[in-house]
Design a protein around this ligand. Structure first.
Ligand SMILES: NC(=O)c1ccc[n+]([C@@H]2O[C@H](COP(=O)([O-])OP(=O)(O)OC[C@H]3O[C@@H](n4cnc5c(N)ncnc54)[C@H](OP(=O)(O)O)[C@@H]3O)[C@@H](O)[C@H]2O)c1
Length: 291
């Protein structure tokens, strides 16, 4: 039977890369997009169809899931992410999906862990007891965060504001998460596994600033922000309290060095080394230079 793989959150950081990775495979791909117009860029891929999914409209899920054989499940960073995850798992089970690959987060199984991890762990446990064959991907912080969240201050001020001290993090390129996802979705021999995915090295934000300075030809400096100032900055951007608390908690453990572990899983599964931050920066240099 021909495989049809649904990717939820397809226009996000990881989803976008997963669609691209699957576009060269002999499978049908359904890009689950929040609104069809946002998925326009996927129309260049002959094996990719667009399907609208709005988690706030559960009836949209049935249309999206019907006929699907495998799912790459990405849930957004929202307060109801666990409910969304459970709803997606229920729908996959109902239509008889034979594999769910869930995007989780590094440290989701830590006890007591942090709130972000506990949300993912609750969804993981629901998946584990669902009866649907599954694989869990647990990546560390994405290199792309330096574009999505720090990009504006890097471009306009030459500064990276982060409350991370000299904490080192084994940042991963979302491209590598997608490369792993492609293998797991098309070879399906990782049933029941939880894969800890990291970049090839742990680096500090100071080192990130040095790399970005080199590739952009500008001086980019790291401003180590006190936690209280970080809280105020996020609150002034009208981020809700639950989100600010969760972000600060994550930053505390990264500052303390808990995000520095390195695994070889990307290389083992894809057959090539995980990308370094320098490679990521080179590939995305245009994102760090003012136009
Ligand atoms: N960032 C990190 O460093 C990191 C590290 C480890 C794990 N993670 C995990 O990665 C996941 C997020 O992945 P990501 O960064 O690739 O996502 P993302 O870039 O934030 O994108 C989220 C996607 O979900 C879609 N979406 C949001 N609300 C929706 C709704 N109501 N209905 C349908 N679609 C909706 C968005 O579409 P629209 O834009 O159109 O709304 C977008 O395509 C989270 O579970 C997070 O915990 C992140």
């Amino acid at each position: 039977m021909h495989e049809t793989i649904l990717v939820t959150g397809a226009t996000g950081t990881v989803g976008n890369e997963v669609i691209e990775a699957l576009s060269s495979q002999n499978v049908r791909v359904r890009a689950g997009v929040h609104s069809i117009i946002k998925g326009d860029r996927f129309r260049v891929f002959p094996n990719v169809d667009l399907v609208e999914i709005d988690y706030a409209r559960p009836e949209s899920l049935r249309v999206a899931y019907t006929g699907v054989t495998r799912v790459f499940q990405i849930t957004p960073f929202t307060q109801d992410q666990v409910e969304i995850a459970k709803r997606l798992i229920d729908m996959a089970k109902e239509v008889g999906v034979k594999q769910i690959v869930k995007l989780s987060a590094s440290g989701a199984d830590a006890e007591p862990g942090i709130q972000m991890g506990r949300w993912h762990r609750e969804a993981e446990q629901y998946l584990e007891s669902s009866g649907v064959p599954y694989t869990i991907l647990r990546p560390t912080s994405f290199m792309q965060n330096f574009i999505a969240y720090q990009g504006a201050s890097i471009v306009h001020e030459g500064k990276i504001y982060q409350p991370l001290g000299s904490g080192k993090v084994s940042y991963i390129d979302a491209h590598d998460i997608a490369a792993v996802a492609k293998v797991v979705l098309t070879q399906s021999n990782f049933d029941g596994e939880a894969l800890e995915l990291t970049g090839p090295e742990a680096i500090s934000v100071e080192e990130v600033a040095g790399i970005l300075s080199r590739v952009s030809g500008r001086t980019i400096t790291y401003v180590d922000v006190p936690e209280e100032a970080a809280r105020q900055a996020m609150s002034s951007q009208h981020l809700p309290d639950w989100m600010v608390d969760a972000m600060l908690e994550l930053n505390q453990i990264l500052k303390a060095g808990y995000g520095a572990h390195v695994t070889n899983t990307v290389a083992q599964i894809t057959g090539r080394p995980a990308r370094t931050f320098a490679e990521f920066a080179q590939n995305n240099a245009h994102c760090f230079i003012a136009e």
